[in-house]
Design a binder for this molecule. Structure first.
Ligand SMILES: [Zn+2]
Ligand SMILES: [Zn+2]
Length: 256
């Protein structure tokens, strides 16, 4: 059984979650997690994205909660959006420093960087998902866009790879390993799926099992992600939020 101590992916009312930051933190404390990241959607997410003025408020709330609770470490993160074929994300460089952890995912609800990006990234992917049109290079284009983003930005975790777009999982896993980006196994919707996890495991990737909680009661619910990781045979030391991984790195065993 995996023992997971950190939930790196949770939403609050700052995007489309139901609880406050405090609600999520209280839920994490009740489950005895050591740490929780608040990761609402990036600026260009349609209707649900955080605003520039939210960042300061969120940072102040997180600072206060860290002062108030000694049993948990609260991180301010963001689930940024991939918004162009060249790997642009919707958090400008000058704002990256406001966050403790940067996640990135592909979401259909994110405003693209340009009309061309919108046409390529959204319309064609939707057509492909619906089975109305298949474009040979679509998978390669999607994969290259995600890899460009990993090269260009300090992304700690790639959320739900393969969930909304067709992607070359082996090529992606190689790039994620190279850039030290963990691949998410999302307990809410089960992506990455078992087949993709097995491929990524062969390529040396690390994983993060998250709740992607949108309500406080879902915080720390890793059940589905654990089932997938277990079925794929992922060792706990390859899961960045497992007790084993945290202890290994804290004690510096890797260096011995
Ligand atoms: Zn997402
Ligand atoms: Zn999310």
């Amino acid at each position: 059984m995996y023992k997971l101590a950190i939930d790196y992916h949770t939403h609050t009312r700052y995007s489309h979650g139901r609880g406050t930051i405090l609600d999520n933190v209280e839920a994490a404390r009740a489950k005895e997690l050591k740490s929780i990241a608040i990761t609402d959607h990036g600026f260009r997410h349609f209707l649900f994205g955080i605003t520039y003025s939210d960042i300061k408020k969120m940072r102040d709330e997180v600072t206060l909660l860290n002062q108030r609770f000694s049993d948990i470490d609260v991180l301010l993160g963001v689930e940024s959006n991939l918004i162009s074929l060249d790997g642009d994300i919707d958090i400008p460089d000058e704002y990256l420093g406001f966050f403790d952890v940067i996640l990135m995912g592909f979401h259909l609800g994110a405003r693209p960087a340009s009309f061309r990006d919108g046409k390529e990234r959204i319309i064609k992917n939707v057509m492909d998902k619906l089975g109305l049109m298949h474009i040979d290079e679509l998978r390669e284009r999607n994969t290259n866009a995600v890899i460009r983003a990993l090269e260009r930005h300090p992304i700690s975790i790639l959320t739900h790879p393969g969930a909304k777009i067709d992607i070359d999982s082996r090529k992606l896993a190689k790039a994620a390993t190279l850039h030290c980006t963990a691949l998410e196994i999302n307990s809410s919707h089960g992506y990455m799926n078992l087949e993709h996890v097995k491929i990524a495991l062969e390529e040396g990737a690390s994983f993060a099992i998250t709740s992607d909680a949108h309500t406080p009661d879902q915080v720390g619910d890793f059940k589905r992600g654990i089932e997938i990781a277990k079925a794929a045979g992922v060792p706990p030391c390859r899961i960045i939020n497992s007790i084993e991984y945290i202890d290994l790195h804290k004690k510096g065993k890797k260096l011995r």
